[in-house]
Write a protein of this length. Structure first.
Length: 371
């Protein structure tokens, strides 16, 4: 059978849409809440350092749970993981656990059940979700917060989660055999120490002296946790993460690029809406609309990225996309005086909408299937 005529079954499509919708809702809530921070600060009389934990604790739990995704997938049925992730979407911190299960699950289904000739296209769909949601989130949050109430950021996504749950229960089928794996508690504890130490240390870095326990001490705990986790992983037969993969320089380079694009994207998603409101004194809707162009850019280029990957591979598109982002950012930086401040902010963030394209291709390349 020609690879050009390979079909994706309706159940696989439903499974990908279901996990994708769930991931989309989780990520869009995370970024939409960034725009509501000034409202929450006024309503609950808290500082910026306190309100940012709304995002930090969520991402912290995502980071802790994601390394377990391979063990969870091999130990439990795919449908069970999907159902648990849906049920765990209660509360901000617990939502992070749901995202930590759901995001890898979507890409696992794509890699396991989609014909190899169509993987690039479906990865593009997956990256559309993970790349666009952070860009659309602030716009969505700004409109909802200014017209309704910040609580409606959560209420309005309930119908999508119901649709996701129904599609997933129908479409998700178990392809790989279930193999119970024991989670190494020491490794898990070191992951918690590592991420908690780094998050607490960097969160307090701007408000407290470095030589304090909440900054220097926390960072030291993070470094020790990382070192002990690496040592433990290299001595176990079946570690939580196969760190030996990082001996491959190409793989390590793409993981680093993936990390940096995520760092930039999430950093801008937090900083820009708050800068527009707290420093410039603009409304939530203005902050959301300034960021809106990046959502369209991310949507277009995430889809194109998957098709380009199928046709040309990953190296050239990644180099072209990254170079364009750097060159455009440099040009806008040097033309600051010639632009209205709002236009400048919108154009700058538009460039990072390319992350839906570049970040997506890096993600695909890291799977090691297109080398």
């Amino acid at each position: 059978m020609s690879t050009n005529t390979e079909k994706i079954s309706s159940k696989v499509v439903a499974a990908i849409v279901a996990t994708g919708l769930m991931s989309f809702c989780e990520v869009i809530v995370e970024t939409a809440m960034n725009v509501t921070f000034p409202i929450l600060m006024r309503e609950f009389s808290i500082t910026t350092n306190q309100v940012q934990w709304m995002t930090s604790i969520y991402l912290l739990l995502v980071a802790i749970v994601v390394p377990l995704s391979a063990i969870l997938k091999s130990s439990y049925q795919t449908k069970t993981l999907f159902t648990v992730a849906n049920l765990l979407l209660v509360g901000r911190a617990i939502q992070g656990i749901g995202t930590g299960i759901a995001l890898p699950l979507m890409f696992n289904i794509i890699m396991e059940q989609v014909p190899i000739s169509r993987i690039g296209f479906m990865m593009g769909i997956g990256n559309l979700i993970t790349g666009v949601a952070p860009a659309i989130g602030p716009t969505f949050g700004g409109i909802v917060a200014s017209k309704l109430n910040w609580r409606w950021v959560f209420y309005s996504l309930i119908p999508l989660l119901i649709i996701s749950f129904v599609l997933g229960e129908w479409g998700i089928t178990q392809k790989s055999p279930i193999k119970k794996q024991q989670i190494d508690l020491f490794s898990m504890l070191m992951i918690v120490f590592m991420f908690c130490g780094f998050v607490i240390g960097f969160s307090n870095l701007g408000s407290q002296a470095f030589m304090t326990f909440s900054v220097g001490g926390a960072l030291l705990i993070g470094i020790l946790g990382m070192g002990l986790f690496a040592w433990r992983s290299l001595t176990l037969k079946e570690p939580i993460l196969q760190l030996r993969l990082f001996r491959n320089k190409k793989f390590s380079g793409h993981v680093l690029g993936f990390f940096l694009t995520q760092l930039i994207s999430l950093g801008f998603a937090f900083l820009l809406p708050n800068y527009i409101q707290l420093v410039n004194g603009n409304s939530e809707m203005t902050a959301g609309l300034i960021i809106l162009p990046a959502g369209f850019a991310g949507a277009i280029f995430a889809l194109l990225g998957g098709r380009i990957l199928d046709k040309f591979g990953a190296r050239k598109p990644i180099l072209i996309g990254t170079s364009l982002c750097l060159n455009c950012a440099y040009c806008f930086y040097n033309l600051w005086a010639a632009f209205n401040e709002y236009i400048y902010c919108a154009c700058l963030y538009f460039l990072y909408g390319w992350n839906g394209y570049v970040h997506g291709l890096r993600n695909d390349k890291c799977t090691n299937r297109y080398w």
